[in-house]
Design a binder for this molecule. Sequence first.
Ligand code: FEO
Length: 396
Amino acid sequence: MTTEIKPNVHWVGAIDWNIRDFHGYSTPAGSTYNAYLIKDEKIALFDTVKKEFFSDLLHNIHRLVEPEKIDYLIINHVELDHSGSLPQVIDLIKPEKIFCSPMGLKAIEAHFHPRDWPLEVVKSGDTLSLGKKTVHFLETKMLHWPDSMFSYIPEDKLLISSDAFGEHWATSKRFDDEVDNHMLMKHALKYYANILMIFSPQVQKLLAQVAEMGLDIDMIAPDHGIIWRKSPSMIIEAYDRWSRQENREKAVIVYDTMWKSTEKMAHAIYSGLVEEGVEVQIMNAHVNHRSDIITEILDARALVLGSPTLNNNILPRMADVLTYLKGLRPKDKFAASFGSFGWSGEAVKHLNGYIEAMGLELVDEGVKTKNVPDHEALALSVELGRKIGRKVMGKE
Ligand code: FEO
């Protein structure tokens, strides 16, 4: 099924109802691989789809035009969820030209080793006339790959934004005014936290650049999820907020536990934080996926990490979460650690090491409890919570 999103601009992508893991990011609601076809004097296809969805793309194109009539392919991004079916598409349509960014050319060469594809490099500021419509190219390096670029169609005030402003959400609806706004922003937030948090400085620069260029945008069509036609400004403003990594009076306690002692400490720290007026989210790494934990951390002002000591180290699920979190480069958070131990008790030291490696502010050396915490030991955890809470609430 296709959808006309602007006059002679059609969504021809694929819906992936079944994907549940997107390179380590949990996608319980599936995803979409959006591709767009413009029918003008020249016919242009913007991006393709994952390899296994080639026939869906082809079927959609067939409903609008004979695929062989497509003149141009525009490759905004070379990651395989958008380019996996590129070789089959090129074999079939034999395009007159394939446009990509300078880094896109390198990525296409490295992925597909093409010999005779009619590749043409475009840079920021270059334009391509399709007849009545024009494509303006804007390189968006590291949003989120070096090759990424936007395509802007001024005649339609349409921004085809590649991975930016997307969500992993399989739905039969295509537009923001057709879906529940709370669900939409929840999916968009998770997408930002897991894909783009690391590139927040680049997002800030891009938003400033777009504002300076004065692009008149009334629709944003990303490569995943929902098309923003009612409120493109809503997602632009959210990206501005998220990329500043603005936080609020909220703490996230992330822990794993072996015999529930570290869990008891987590609950005591929670009490201390709440007593100081902090909103707290407890995330047990055993039952929460790393990508959901990261989503909660994005707007938190404090991060509290807990693990018992296992083999002179931390529990593996905490190492998983912290390796992932460190790569996403969170910033501007108070942090501390806690954990129970049997005889050596290195976990808190290791957790503090992660905090320091992430450049977060360690507010306390942490609390350790031997085996099962008694009332006095739990009181130390409550006091740690209160100390962090006072920092979060700006009381010290
Ligand atoms: Fe949706 Fe970076 O690929």
